[in-house]
Design a protein around this ligand. Structure first.
Ligand SMILES: Cc1cc2nc3c(=O)[nH]c(=O)nc-3n(C[C@H](O)[C@H](O)[C@H](O)COP(=O)(O)OP(=O)(O)OC[C@H]3O[C@@H](n4cnc5c(N)ncnc54)[C@H](O)[C@@H]3O)c2cc1C
Length: 367
Protein backbone atom coordinates (compact mmCIF):
# COMPACT_ATOMS: atom_id res chain seq x y z
CA UNK A 1 0.00 0.00 0.00
CA UNK A 2 1.29 3.49 -0.79
CA UNK A 3 1.56 6.02 2.04
CA UNK A 4 0.49 9.61 1.90
CA UNK A 5 3.65 10.56 3.78
CA UNK A 6 6.92 8.71 4.45
CA UNK A 7 8.97 10.10 7.33
CA UNK A 8 12.68 9.27 7.35
CA UNK A 9 13.90 9.11 10.95
CA UNK A 10 12.13 8.16 14.16
CA UNK A 11 13.66 10.64 16.59
CA UNK A 12 11.50 13.10 18.46
CA UNK A 13 11.13 15.25 15.34
CA UNK A 14 9.99 12.41 13.06
CA UNK A 15 7.73 10.86 15.71
CA UNK A 16 6.04 14.16 16.63
CA UNK A 17 5.45 14.93 12.95
CA UNK A 18 4.00 11.43 12.44
CA UNK A 19 1.77 11.88 15.50
CA UNK A 20 0.46 15.20 14.17
CA UNK A 21 -0.15 13.94 10.62
CA UNK A 22 -1.81 10.71 11.74
CA UNK A 23 -4.09 12.81 13.95
CA UNK A 24 -5.37 14.37 10.71
CA UNK A 25 -6.09 10.97 9.13
CA UNK A 26 -3.00 11.04 6.95
CA UNK A 27 -1.52 7.58 6.21
CA UNK A 28 2.02 7.77 7.55
CA UNK A 29 4.94 5.35 7.30
CA UNK A 30 7.92 6.11 9.54
CA UNK A 31 11.25 4.47 8.79
CA UNK A 32 14.23 4.25 11.11
CA UNK A 33 17.58 2.67 10.37
CA UNK A 34 17.76 1.53 14.00
CA UNK A 35 15.16 1.60 16.78
CA UNK A 36 13.03 4.77 16.76
CA UNK A 37 13.79 7.15 19.60
CA UNK A 38 17.18 5.72 20.52
CA UNK A 39 19.54 8.40 19.17
CA UNK A 40 19.95 12.07 20.14
CA UNK A 41 16.34 12.30 21.26
CA UNK A 42 16.88 9.55 23.82
CA UNK A 43 20.28 10.88 24.89
CA UNK A 44 19.22 14.46 25.58
CA UNK A 45 18.63 16.08 28.95
CA UNK A 46 15.06 17.22 28.33
CA UNK A 47 15.50 20.84 29.41
CA UNK A 48 12.67 23.05 28.13
CA UNK A 49 13.72 26.72 28.52
CA UNK A 50 11.08 29.43 28.94
CA UNK A 51 12.24 31.41 25.88
CA UNK A 52 15.01 31.98 23.36
CA UNK A 53 17.22 34.45 25.26
CA UNK A 54 18.23 37.64 23.47
CA UNK A 55 16.88 39.56 20.50
CA UNK A 56 13.08 39.09 20.35
CA UNK A 57 13.25 39.40 16.54
CA UNK A 58 15.32 36.18 16.32
CA UNK A 59 13.60 33.59 14.09
CA UNK A 60 13.49 31.06 16.94
CA UNK A 61 11.75 33.42 19.42
CA UNK A 62 8.27 32.77 18.04
CA UNK A 63 9.03 29.04 17.71
CA UNK A 64 9.97 28.92 21.42
CA UNK A 65 6.83 30.77 22.46
CA UNK A 66 4.62 28.45 20.41
CA UNK A 67 6.37 25.27 21.54
CA UNK A 68 6.04 26.31 25.20
CA UNK A 69 2.30 26.72 24.67
CA UNK A 70 2.05 23.25 23.10
CA UNK A 71 4.02 21.24 25.70
CA UNK A 72 1.38 21.07 28.47
CA UNK A 73 -1.43 19.95 26.14
CA UNK A 74 0.76 17.52 24.22
CA UNK A 75 1.91 15.95 27.49
CA UNK A 76 -1.66 15.69 28.80
CA UNK A 77 -2.95 14.24 25.50
CA UNK A 78 -0.17 11.64 25.36
CA UNK A 79 -0.86 10.67 28.94
CA UNK A 80 -4.56 10.33 28.26
CA UNK A 81 -3.99 8.25 25.11
CA UNK A 82 -1.21 6.00 26.38
CA UNK A 83 -1.25 6.16 30.19
CA UNK A 84 2.43 7.18 30.04
CA UNK A 85 3.59 10.20 32.06
CA UNK A 86 6.35 11.87 30.01
CA UNK A 87 7.75 13.62 33.10
CA UNK A 88 6.86 17.14 31.91
CA UNK A 89 7.35 19.31 35.03
CA UNK A 90 7.80 23.04 35.50
CA UNK A 91 10.73 22.60 37.91
CA UNK A 92 12.31 26.03 37.35
CA UNK A 93 15.94 26.73 36.53
CA UNK A 94 18.90 28.48 38.13
CA UNK A 95 21.51 30.23 35.99
CA UNK A 96 25.03 30.63 37.36
CA UNK A 97 26.51 32.66 34.49
CA UNK A 98 30.24 32.20 34.96
CA UNK A 99 32.00 32.10 38.36
CA UNK A 100 34.94 34.15 37.28
CA UNK A 101 33.01 36.80 35.40
CA UNK A 102 29.94 38.49 36.99
CA UNK A 103 29.46 40.44 33.75
CA UNK A 104 28.35 37.21 32.05
CA UNK A 105 25.63 36.74 34.68
CA UNK A 106 24.30 40.28 34.06
CA UNK A 107 24.35 39.76 30.29
CA UNK A 108 22.42 36.52 30.61
CA UNK A 109 19.80 38.16 32.85
CA UNK A 110 19.33 40.96 30.32
CA UNK A 111 19.05 38.43 27.46
CA UNK A 112 16.29 36.50 29.26
CA UNK A 113 14.48 39.74 30.07
CA UNK A 114 14.70 40.87 26.43
CA UNK A 115 13.01 37.63 25.47
CA UNK A 116 10.19 38.30 27.93
CA UNK A 117 11.06 35.47 30.35
CA UNK A 118 10.39 35.89 34.07
CA UNK A 119 13.81 36.23 35.78
CA UNK A 120 14.54 36.64 39.49
CA UNK A 121 17.98 37.60 40.79
CA UNK A 122 19.01 35.71 43.93
CA UNK A 123 21.60 36.86 46.46
CA UNK A 124 23.60 34.49 48.70
CA UNK A 125 20.88 34.21 51.38
CA UNK A 126 18.15 33.68 48.74
CA UNK A 127 20.25 30.93 47.16
CA UNK A 128 20.64 29.09 50.47
CA UNK A 129 16.87 29.31 51.03
CA UNK A 130 16.08 28.23 47.47
CA UNK A 131 18.51 25.29 47.12
CA UNK A 132 20.53 24.65 50.28
CA UNK A 133 22.96 22.21 48.59
CA UNK A 134 24.47 24.76 46.19
CA UNK A 135 28.11 25.62 46.87
CA UNK A 136 28.09 28.59 49.33
CA UNK A 137 30.90 30.22 47.33
CA UNK A 138 28.31 31.01 44.66
CA UNK A 139 27.05 34.40 45.81
CA UNK A 140 24.73 35.37 42.99
CA UNK A 141 22.60 33.67 40.38
CA UNK A 142 19.26 34.06 38.64
CA UNK A 143 16.10 31.97 38.69
CA UNK A 144 13.84 31.14 35.76
CA UNK A 145 10.63 29.94 37.42
CA UNK A 146 9.03 28.91 34.11
CA UNK A 147 11.76 26.54 32.95
CA UNK A 148 10.47 22.97 32.58
CA UNK A 149 11.87 19.48 31.99
CA UNK A 150 10.71 16.26 30.37
CA UNK A 151 12.04 12.68 30.70
CA UNK A 152 13.14 11.96 27.13
CA UNK A 153 12.81 8.14 27.19
CA UNK A 154 9.32 8.41 28.71
CA UNK A 155 8.26 11.04 26.19
CA UNK A 156 9.51 8.95 23.26
CA UNK A 157 7.78 5.86 24.62
CA UNK A 158 4.53 7.82 24.86
CA UNK A 159 4.94 9.23 21.34
CA UNK A 160 5.67 5.78 19.90
CA UNK A 161 2.65 4.29 21.58
CA UNK A 162 0.41 7.17 20.45
CA UNK A 163 1.71 6.84 16.87
CA UNK A 164 0.88 3.11 16.94
CA UNK A 165 -2.60 3.91 18.20
CA UNK A 166 -3.10 6.43 15.41
CA UNK A 167 -2.12 3.81 12.85
CA UNK A 168 1.37 5.00 11.89
CA UNK A 169 3.25 2.18 10.15
CA UNK A 170 6.57 2.21 12.05
CA UNK A 171 9.38 0.16 10.53
CA UNK A 172 12.60 -0.40 12.43
CA UNK A 173 15.98 -1.31 10.96
CA UNK A 174 15.06 0.18 7.58
CA UNK A 175 17.65 2.60 6.21
CA UNK A 176 16.65 5.05 3.49
CA UNK A 177 19.44 5.14 0.92
CA UNK A 178 18.04 7.48 -1.75
CA UNK A 179 14.87 8.86 -3.30
CA UNK A 180 13.08 7.66 -6.37
CA UNK A 181 11.46 10.02 -8.80
CA UNK A 182 8.60 10.22 -11.18
CA UNK A 183 10.08 12.59 -13.76
CA UNK A 184 11.39 15.50 -11.69
CA UNK A 185 9.12 14.80 -8.73
CA UNK A 186 10.23 12.75 -5.70
CA UNK A 187 7.79 9.84 -5.57
CA UNK A 188 9.14 7.86 -2.64
CA UNK A 189 12.24 6.35 -1.06
CA UNK A 190 14.64 3.51 -1.76
CA UNK A 191 15.59 1.59 1.36
CA UNK A 192 17.86 -1.26 2.31
CA UNK A 193 14.74 -3.46 2.14
CA UNK A 194 12.44 -2.15 -0.57
CA UNK A 195 11.18 0.81 -2.55
CA UNK A 196 8.29 2.72 -0.97
CA UNK A 197 6.00 5.11 -2.83
CA UNK A 198 4.65 8.22 -1.14
CA UNK A 199 3.00 11.49 -2.10
CA UNK A 200 5.27 13.33 0.35
CA UNK A 201 8.60 12.52 2.02
CA UNK A 202 9.94 14.22 5.17
CA UNK A 203 13.65 14.03 6.03
CA UNK A 204 13.87 14.01 9.85
CA UNK A 205 17.08 12.03 10.17
CA UNK A 206 18.81 14.29 12.72
CA UNK A 207 22.61 14.28 12.46
CA UNK A 208 22.38 11.84 9.52
CA UNK A 209 20.30 14.18 7.33
CA UNK A 210 23.11 15.78 5.33
CA UNK A 211 23.77 12.79 3.10
CA UNK A 212 20.08 12.31 2.33
CA UNK A 213 19.68 16.00 1.54
CA UNK A 214 22.69 15.85 -0.79
CA UNK A 215 21.22 12.85 -2.62
CA UNK A 216 18.08 14.93 -3.16
CA UNK A 217 20.22 17.67 -4.71
CA UNK A 218 20.16 19.97 -1.67
CA UNK A 219 23.65 20.38 -0.19
CA UNK A 220 22.85 21.65 3.32
CA UNK A 221 25.39 21.24 6.09
CA UNK A 222 24.28 19.30 9.18
CA UNK A 223 27.06 17.83 11.30
CA UNK A 224 26.99 15.57 14.35
CA UNK A 225 28.06 17.24 17.60
CA UNK A 226 28.73 14.77 20.41
CA UNK A 227 27.30 15.45 23.85
CA UNK A 228 28.26 13.26 26.80
CA UNK A 229 26.07 12.77 29.86
CA UNK A 230 26.70 11.26 33.31
CA UNK A 231 23.85 9.90 35.40
CA UNK A 232 24.17 9.85 39.20
CA UNK A 233 21.73 8.43 41.74
CA UNK A 234 20.96 9.95 45.15
CA UNK A 235 18.72 8.45 47.85
CA UNK A 236 16.28 11.31 47.24
CA UNK A 237 16.09 14.34 44.98
CA UNK A 238 18.92 16.63 46.22
CA UNK A 239 17.57 19.82 44.62
CA UNK A 240 14.54 20.89 42.62
CA UNK A 241 15.77 23.27 39.92
CA UNK A 242 17.73 22.56 36.77
CA UNK A 243 21.08 24.31 37.39
CA UNK A 244 22.83 25.73 34.31
CA UNK A 245 26.27 27.25 33.84
CA UNK A 246 27.11 28.04 30.22
CA UNK A 247 26.72 24.87 28.13
CA UNK A 248 26.77 22.59 31.21
CA UNK A 249 23.96 21.73 33.58
CA UNK A 250 22.55 19.52 36.33
CA UNK A 251 19.05 18.11 35.91
CA UNK A 252 17.37 16.61 38.99
CA UNK A 253 14.77 13.91 38.37
CA UNK A 254 11.94 13.19 40.83
CA UNK A 255 13.40 9.77 41.71
CA UNK A 256 16.75 11.12 42.99
CA UNK A 257 18.68 10.69 39.76
CA UNK A 258 20.79 13.64 38.64
CA UNK A 259 21.83 14.04 35.05
CA UNK A 260 25.08 15.95 34.39
CA UNK A 261 25.56 17.37 30.90
CA UNK A 262 27.12 18.05 28.60
CA UNK A 263 30.10 18.30 26.30
CA UNK A 264 30.11 19.72 22.77
CA UNK A 265 32.56 17.81 20.58
CA UNK A 266 33.00 17.60 16.84
CA UNK A 267 34.17 13.98 16.47
CA UNK A 268 32.02 12.68 13.65
CA UNK A 269 29.60 9.84 14.34
CA UNK A 270 31.49 8.64 17.42
CA UNK A 271 29.16 8.13 20.42
CA UNK A 272 31.70 6.84 22.93
CA UNK A 273 32.33 8.38 26.32
CA UNK A 274 35.83 9.64 27.09
CA UNK A 275 37.75 9.91 30.37
CA UNK A 276 38.23 13.63 29.83
CA UNK A 277 34.56 14.22 29.08
CA UNK A 278 33.36 12.34 32.14
CA UNK A 279 35.99 13.86 34.45
CA UNK A 280 35.00 17.37 33.33
CA UNK A 281 31.31 16.72 33.95
CA UNK A 282 31.88 15.12 37.36
CA UNK A 283 34.11 17.94 38.61
CA UNK A 284 31.63 20.52 37.29
CA UNK A 285 28.84 18.81 39.27
CA UNK A 286 30.88 18.59 42.45
CA UNK A 287 31.90 22.23 42.21
CA UNK A 288 28.27 23.38 41.97
CA UNK A 289 26.77 20.89 44.43
CA UNK A 290 29.58 19.49 46.64
CA UNK A 291 27.36 16.78 48.21
CA UNK A 292 27.11 15.06 44.80
CA UNK A 293 30.53 13.54 45.49
CA UNK A 294 28.66 10.96 47.59
CA UNK A 295 26.12 10.14 44.87
CA UNK A 296 26.26 6.75 43.15
CA UNK A 297 27.51 6.59 39.58
CA UNK A 298 24.75 4.94 37.55
CA UNK A 299 25.82 5.20 33.91
CA UNK A 300 27.10 7.48 31.16
CA UNK A 301 26.23 7.88 27.50
CA UNK A 302 26.61 10.20 24.54
CA UNK A 303 24.40 11.38 21.73
CA UNK A 304 24.86 13.21 18.45
CA UNK A 305 23.20 16.61 18.19
CA UNK A 306 22.43 17.69 14.64
CA UNK A 307 24.16 21.06 14.16
CA UNK A 308 23.72 23.40 11.20
CA UNK A 309 26.07 26.24 10.30
CA UNK A 310 23.97 28.91 12.04
CA UNK A 311 22.68 26.64 14.83
CA UNK A 312 19.07 26.91 13.60
CA UNK A 313 17.08 23.98 12.20
CA UNK A 314 15.99 23.64 8.59
CA UNK A 315 12.20 23.39 8.43
CA UNK A 316 10.25 23.44 5.19
CA UNK A 317 9.97 22.26 1.61
CA UNK A 318 13.21 21.68 -0.28
CA UNK A 319 13.77 24.21 -3.06
CA UNK A 320 12.32 22.99 -6.35
CA UNK A 321 10.89 19.82 -4.71
CA UNK A 322 7.13 19.95 -4.34
CA UNK A 323 6.92 16.70 -2.35
CA UNK A 324 10.09 16.71 -0.23
CA UNK A 325 10.35 18.37 3.19
CA UNK A 326 13.08 18.62 5.80
CA UNK A 327 12.83 19.03 9.58
CA UNK A 328 16.36 18.60 10.88
CA UNK A 329 19.30 20.37 12.50
CA UNK A 330 17.74 21.29 15.85
CA UNK A 331 21.14 21.10 17.61
CA UNK A 332 20.64 21.67 21.38
CA UNK A 333 16.91 22.39 21.19
CA UNK A 334 15.29 19.46 19.38
CA UNK A 335 13.31 18.15 22.32
CA UNK A 336 12.14 21.63 23.21
CA UNK A 337 11.15 22.56 19.65
CA UNK A 338 9.65 19.19 18.70
CA UNK A 339 5.97 20.04 19.39
CA UNK A 340 6.04 23.19 17.26
CA UNK A 341 8.15 21.53 14.56
CA UNK A 342 5.75 18.59 14.24
CA UNK A 343 2.77 20.94 14.12
CA UNK A 344 4.29 23.31 11.55
CA UNK A 345 5.58 20.56 9.25
CA UNK A 346 2.19 18.87 9.22
CA UNK A 347 0.50 22.20 8.46
CA UNK A 348 2.89 22.91 5.59
CA UNK A 349 2.24 19.45 4.15
CA UNK A 350 -1.52 19.95 4.44
CA UNK A 351 -1.24 23.35 2.74
CA UNK A 352 -2.44 25.22 5.85
CA UNK A 353 -0.91 28.43 7.21
CA UNK A 354 1.58 27.39 9.92
CA UNK A 355 1.08 28.55 13.54
CA UNK A 356 4.52 30.17 13.30
CA UNK A 357 6.17 31.77 10.31
CA UNK A 358 9.13 29.50 9.59
CA UNK A 359 10.19 31.11 6.31
CA UNK A 360 13.52 32.15 7.91
CA UNK A 361 14.23 28.45 8.54
CA UNK A 362 13.36 27.30 5.02
CA UNK A 363 16.19 25.38 3.36
CA UNK A 364 17.84 27.02 0.40
CA UNK A 365 20.48 25.59 -1.90
CA UNK A 366 22.66 28.55 -0.95
CA UNK A 367 23.12 26.82 2.44
C1 LIG B 1 23.69 15.13 25.36
C2 LIG B 1 22.55 15.85 24.72
C3 LIG B 1 21.76 16.68 25.50
C4 LIG B 1 20.68 17.34 24.93
N1 LIG B 1 19.85 18.11 25.72
C5 LIG B 1 18.76 18.69 25.19
C6 LIG B 1 17.86 19.42 26.00
O1 LIG B 1 18.05 19.51 27.22
N2 LIG B 1 16.78 20.02 25.42
C7 LIG B 1 16.55 19.93 24.08
O2 LIG B 1 15.57 20.48 23.60
N3 LIG B 1 17.38 19.24 23.28
C8 LIG B 1 18.49 18.62 23.80
N4 LIG B 1 19.35 17.94 23.00
C9 LIG B 1 19.17 18.01 21.56
C10 LIG B 1 18.12 17.06 21.08
O3 LIG B 1 18.30 15.81 21.69
C11 LIG B 1 18.18 16.95 19.55
O4 LIG B 1 18.11 18.23 18.97
C12 LIG B 1 17.00 16.14 19.04
O5 LIG B 1 16.94 14.91 19.69
C13 LIG B 1 17.10 15.89 17.54
O6 LIG B 1 16.03 15.05 17.20
P1 LIG B 1 15.97 14.35 15.79
O7 LIG B 1 14.69 13.59 15.74
O8 LIG B 1 16.23 15.38 14.73
O9 LIG B 1 17.24 13.39 15.76
P2 LIG B 1 17.50 11.93 16.37
O10 LIG B 1 16.88 11.75 17.69
O11 LIG B 1 18.97 11.68 16.27
O12 LIG B 1 16.73 10.98 15.38
C14 LIG B 1 17.13 10.78 14.04
C15 LIG B 1 16.68 9.38 13.67
O13 LIG B 1 16.88 9.20 12.26
C16 LIG B 1 17.29 7.88 12.05
N5 LIG B 1 17.95 7.84 10.75
C17 LIG B 1 19.08 8.48 10.38
N6 LIG B 1 19.39 8.25 9.09
C18 LIG B 1 18.42 7.43 8.61
C19 LIG B 1 18.19 6.82 7.34
N7 LIG B 1 18.99 7.04 6.28
N8 LIG B 1 17.10 6.00 7.20
C20 LIG B 1 16.27 5.77 8.26
N9 LIG B 1 16.46 6.34 9.49
C21 LIG B 1 17.51 7.16 9.67
C22 LIG B 1 18.21 7.56 13.23
O14 LIG B 1 18.32 6.17 13.46
C23 LIG B 1 17.49 8.30 14.36
O15 LIG B 1 16.63 7.45 15.10
C24 LIG B 1 20.41 17.22 23.55
C25 LIG B 1 21.20 16.36 22.78
C26 LIG B 1 22.25 15.67 23.36
C27 LIG B 1 23.05 14.72 22.53
Amino acid sequence: MNSDVVIVGGGVIGLTTAYELAGRDVRVTLLDQGQPGREASWAGAGILPPAKPGDPAHPLTAMCRATNELWPDLSANLREMTGIDNGFRRCGGLGIGSHSNPKVLREEIVAWQQAGAVVETLSASDIAACESVINPNISELYRLPELAQVRNPWHLKALLSACHQRGVDIRTGVCVTSFHRNGRTIAGVNTTHERLNAGTVVIAAGAWSQELLASAGCPLQIEPMRGQIVLLACPQRPFRHVIECGPRYLVPRDDGRVLIGSTEESVGFNKQNTAEGLRGLLSFAEELVPSLRDALFERAWAGLRPRTVNGMPYIGRLPGQESLFVAAGHFRAGLHLSPVTGRVVSQLIMGEPPIVDVSALAPSTGG
